[in-house]
Structures are given as structure tokens and as C-alpha cells.
Design a protein around this ligand. Structure first.
Ligand SMILES: [Zn+2]
Length: 539
């Protein structure tokens, strides 16, 4: 395009195009919502942005923004980092499908992914399928794009409620039918959360059967792996192998979710883990994994209870724990340690991050200290919080090492994610894990500039082009003519996260402009009124 007037927007600087290629000084031209020029030749436009660096908008491959984005379309935590697309619906918690007759079960299930402490209401979930979800979000207005996965937990609840055991016969057929429906409406794949009720009830045959449905439509299987200790043995690598085995037997593309080593006696084994993964890829399994650049995790407290305590969902759990004798037995079992392998708990490493003020607890308190103050055992406090708050009680666990995390990031098979949500900076009821506010910029600043673990273009590739290719987000992820104009202007010399565990809701430094579908969403640290985001389609 040579007519200079036809560019609405021109960005110039060091161009990181999202392919992993070395950056070059150049120009990106935008016409409407589409990139219409990328190159070294000078172009001019109606609006011009000059910045130290220009990159393809970041795609966060592992998020839980499905409901948060529906409730608050500003998407502050992600947008200010330059994340222009969130892949939502991970860990079995998806926006769809919803079976209206089981809305109470769906709502209780999805609580586990609310990081704001506000809790979800049945009325927050007004849609039943992806078309309705898309219409709802786009009518309300969202500031960034959303590429949704189907939640395996949603599928199970919609098809068979909270029934235990691997799905078979009519139940499995119904799940496959619902999955087909959502894929036909553009879902990018399906996620499991094999430590969570009810996704954890799936056996490998069920996963392979659903994997075959995904394969038929060329979509992705995202696997939040089982706890090896639930398998009752010490085969730590068995859970990686299970995810890869689903790929092997069904042919589906696999995305292994949030790789981590959470057990003190296994710290330092990330290299062995990535070797196993690399061997499977060499063997022909089409697989990648994601990792977030922190040495702490976060989730609902309930998932750390003994399996029998969690069985049949939060209502059944609360009823069970209300009986003093059963509660005492649960306390004894929990005190034995984490999971069937009984790895000793270090309660000083577990921080409450959303408590609803139950038992006068506050976000930010460590469980050992909170229990001591109340003259309770840590296990008793944990059980009481779960009984009263269900999946709404959230914790941050400091159970990982920086070395392992950085080993995962350096692997050629990894992508960088947040495992967080698009949420507001101001939170009154919770201290969400800082990953929601800082993961992408922390990868650039801490992993890239400070630690020199990878060149910046490779870090960006793991947050843009590589993600788009693996997830089947065909119209974005790289700066190229014809692609959607999702673009970030930033300063490689200063970019960094400011979000901490005690003050997470802080905007990053060094992100100058964020463009979503050709429109300026953030300029100079201020968000515009524009809500240019879309719920994307894999079709
Ligand atoms: Zn997960």
C-alpha cells in the first residue's frame, strides 16, 4: 500500500513481529482493524506512535477470564500488560456449556476460578452455549479478545452432574455431543482439571474419546494434570505421560497446563521433566506446555483436602464436615500430609488470598499464623474455611523454586502464561496472585532483561506467534499484513512488573500503547473508553 493517507495508524520502533525472528527498525501500518504494512520503509498515517519497541499483542494461553471478563469488560490487569487476547476456559472451568437445570452445580464449580473474592452468582451466568456467551460479552463490551476453551468440568456437569467414575455409554455420548456443539460454535478446544471435582473423575478412556472429537475438528486438548499422588503411587512423571498418552492415542494436539514442581523433595527436577516432554514430541506427539514466571501457585483451598472429603462437590463436603466425627477424621487425614503420598505440610508456605472474612481471617495471612492466633490446628482451620466458604476460599502456595520455573521457560516446548484472570486493579475482598497483573511483563523484564534466560524475541514468541499457531488462532499472533491489528508499544529497557503478593493490583511499567483490533485501548498508562475486544472463533 503506497497511499500514505490510507493508514489510520502507524507505529514505528524496533519491530518484534511475534515469529521469534530478530527485531528490526521499521514500521507497522494499520487500516481499520487490520495490519496493512510491516516493513523498513517509512510510512505515515493519520495517527503515529513512535516507541522504543513494537510487538505483536501478547496472547495469554492459560487464563481464567471466562466469567471475570463477562462481569468487568475493562480487563485492566491484562490489558495494561499488552495482553490483547486471553485464552479462557482452562483447568476444566469453562464458560460453556451450561445446563440451565444444573445452574447451581455450575455456579459452585466455577467459584474455584474467582480470584476477586466476590464470588459468582447464578445470575452472572446467563448464557448456555458459546454463541450466547459471545453475544453477551460483545454486547456488554470487552477491552481485549477472548479465545475460549470448553471446560471439561462444565461438560461433565451438563451431561451427568457430579457422578463419579469415568464417563461411559449415554453419559459419554452426551458429553461428546455437547463438545461437538461448542466446537461448531468456534471453541478452540477443551480443558481438563484432573485434580478438581468433577473433572478428576475422568479416566483415560474418557479423555481419549473426547480427544478424538477434538482431533476431528483440529482443536486443542489442554490438560491440567492429575496429582500423581491421587494415583496412589510415586510416579511423578506418570501425570505428564497421561497427558501425552491422550495425544498419542487420539492424535489430538496437547497443551500441558502450568508445568511446575510443587513438592520439596522433587525440587530441581524440571530438567528431567522437560527431557521426557521433548522425547514425546520427538516421537511425534504434537504437544507444548505453558508455565507462569513465578515460584508460587494459587487455587481454591478445597483441592488440597483428602479426596474423600471433596467427593461429590462443595455441598456434600460441607455436610460431611458438619459432622464432628467425620470432621475429626478429615483433620487426621489432612494432617498426615499432602495427598496419598503424605508429603508433610508446611503451612507457613500457604497464604490465604481470599477468605470472605470467614472466622475473622484476612487475605494475606499465612495459615500457620492464622491458626495459632485462633488456638486451632492449621488443619482444623483449613477444614472450617472450606466448610464455610466452599470453593470461594483461595490460597497462594509458595511451593516452587525459581530455578525449576526458569528451566521450564527455557524449554523450546514452553509458552508463557499467567494462569490469572482479566480483573480490575482495585480489589477490596482479595489479594489475587500477582500473576494476573504481571506475568507477561515479568517475563520480559525479569526473565528476559534481568536474567538473560532467553532473547526478548523468543520470550515474545512464547506469548504471541507460538501460542496462536498451537491454539489455532489463525488471524493474529504475528505482525503481518492481513492479520488483526493487536499491537503493543513498549520499552525493553524499562518494562517490568510491579505486582507483588502483598500489593498485587499495580500496573506494570514500560508498556506505552496497547492496540486491540486496530483501536487504541491504552495510551500512556491510561485506558480509553474503547471496548474493541471480540470473543474469537476457531472456525
Ligand atoms: Zn490449572
Amino acid at each position: 500500500m503506497s497511499d500514505t493517507e490510507s493508514y489510520n495508524l502507524v507505529l514505528s520502533g524496533l519491530i518484534y513481529d511475534g515469529t521469534g525472528a530478530k527485531p528490526f527498525e521499521g514500521y507497522v501500518g494499520v487500516t481499520g482493524d487490520t495490519i496493512s504494512y510491516v516493513g523498513k520503509e517509512k510510512i505515515t498515517g493519520t495517527k503515529e506512535i513512535v516507541a522504543p519497541a513494537i510487538s505483536a499483542g501478547f496472547i495469554d494461553i492459560h487464563t481464567h477470564s471466562d466469567l471475570s471478563m463477562a462481569l468487568d469488560g475493562r480487563c485492566e490487569s491484562k490489558l495494561f500488560q499488552g495482553v490483547t487476547t486471553d485464552v479462557s476456559g482452562n483447568c476444566a472451568f469453562g464458560p460453556v456449556p451450561i445446563n440451565r437445570e444444573r445452574i447451581a452445580e455450575h455456579t459452585a464449580h466455577l467459584q474455584g476460578m474467582d480470584f476477586t473474592g466476590g464470588g459468582y452468582q447464578e445470575s452472572d451466568i446467563s448464557w448456555n452455549d458459546l454463541n450466547e456467551y459471545r453475544a453477551t460479552l460483545e454486547t456488554r463490551g470487552i477491552a481485549q479478545n477472548n479465545a475460549p476453551l470448553v471446560g471439561h468440568g462444565n461438560l461433565r456437569i451438563a451431561a451427568m452432574g457430579l457422578k463419579e467414575g469415568g464417563a461411559k455409554g449415554a453419559d459419554l455420548a452426551r458429553m461428546a455431543e455437547l463438545l461437538e456443539r461448542e466446537l461448531a460454535q468456534g471453541a478452540f478446544g477443551m480443558s481438563t482439571g484432573l485434580t478438581y471435582v468433577p473433572s478428576r473423575y475422568a479416566d483415560i478412556d474418557e479423555l481419549v474419546a473426547l480427544g478424538k472429537v477434538l482431533k476431528k475438528h483440529n482443536r486443542v486438548y489442554a490438560s491440567h494434570a492429575r496429582d500423581y499422588d491421587i494415583l496412589g503411587d510415586d510416579d511423578f512423571f506418570g501425570v505428564v505421560n497421561e497427558a501425552l498418552e491422550v495425544g498419542r492415542r487420539s492424535g489430538v494436539r496437547v497443551q500441558y497446563s502450568h508445568a511446575a514442581i510443587n513438592q520439596p523433595h522433587r525440587w530441581g527436577m524440571a530438567g528431567k521433566w522437560t527431557d521426557i516432554f521433548a522425547a514425546a514430541v520427538k516421537d511425534g506427539v504434537d504437544a507444548c506446555f505453558d508455565v507462569y514466571p513465578y515460584d508460587a501457585s494459587s487455587s481454591a483451598l478445597t483441592q488440597y483436602l483428602p479426596a474423600w472429603v471433596q467427593a461429590d462437590g462443595v455441598d456434600a463436603m460441607a455436610t460431611r464436615l458438619a459432622d464432628p466425627e467425620t470432621s475429626a477424621r478429615a483433620e487426621r487425614d489432612l494432617a498426615k500430609g499432602w495427598g496419598a503420598l503424605e508429603i508433610p505440610w508446611q503451612w507457613d508456605r500457604v497464604m490465604l488470598s481470599a477468605t470472605e472474612g470467614l472466622l475473622d481471617t484476612k487475605a494475606g495471612q499465612r495459615i500457620d499464623a492464622a491458626a495459632r492466633e485462633r488456638n486451632l490446628t492449621p488443619e482444623h482451620l483449613v477444614l472450617e474455611l472450606c466448610r464455610l466458604g466452599g470453593n470461594r476460599v483461595m490460597v497462594v502456595l509458595f511451593y516452587r523454586t525459581e530455578e525449576d520455573m526458569r528451566t521450564f521457560i527455557r524449554s523450546p516446548h514452553s509458552m508463557i502464561c499467567s494462569d490469572g484472570s482479566a480483573i480490575a486493579f482495585k480489589q477490596s475482598k482479595a489479594l489475587p496472585h500477582p500473576r494476573s497483573y504481571g506475568a507477561a511483563v515479568r517475563a520480559l523484564g525479569f526473565i528476559g532483561r534481568q536474567k538473560h534466560d532467553l532473547p526478548l524475541e523468543e520470550i515474545i514468541y512464547k506469548m504471541s506467534g507460538k501460542v496462536a499457531a498451537h491454539m489455532g488462532i489463525h488471524d493474529r499472533g504475528v505482525l503481518a499484513v492481513g492479520k488483526a491489528a493487536d499491537i503493543v508499544a513498549f520499552d525493553p529497557a524499562t518494562v517490568r512488573d510491579q505486582a507483588t503478593f502483598t500489593e498485587p493490583g499495580q500496573p506494570p511499567i514500560g508498556i506505552d500503547y496497547v492496540i486491540v483490533n486496530g483501536q487504541v485501548a491504552v495510551a500512556g498508562g491510561v485506558q480509553s473508553e474503547v471496548r474493541a475486544g471480540k470473543v474469537l472463533s476457531a472456525l
